[in-house]
Design a protein around this ligand. Sequence first.
Ligand SMILES: [Zn+2]
Length: 157
Amino acid sequence: MEIRYTAIPADRLTAMRAAGQDEHGNKWQPRVAEGWEPLRCCLQRAERDEDIALICYTPWTEASPWMEAGPIFVHHEECDGYAETDQYPELFRTNKVILNPFDHTGARAYDHITFLDPEDDHVAAVEHILSQPDVAYLHARSREAGCFHFLVTPTGH
Ligand SMILES: [Zn+2]
């Protein structure tokens, strides 16, 4: 199965930086990284003393009762994004994660919600969920904090 792993779209981040705020009105301001922060713009860990920003983000672009918005870290300035879109992001491969799937109407596919431990095979779990006929795509989130990690879609979808 061909799968695409998608970080926050660059055009949305560009618009937020230009506006000086995120899409929810929080000021876009620099913050000095401690060096552990997982960045959702490029799916890399922040380097110590790097300029990052803490923003509120939702992967939804139109109104939905399923919409979830929450805190994430991104680079303060534009970065190269995440290019290896056919690869499960290495930084999140051994995380405690919730795979939160949605059906073809955009509703949460409760039957296929999956919780993974660090030692679980994250790729196999994603493939299994996306092979279900009633699943259109899924969101990977932190199991501990609920924060959005990235979007996962079957390609050609
Ligand atoms: Zn970045």
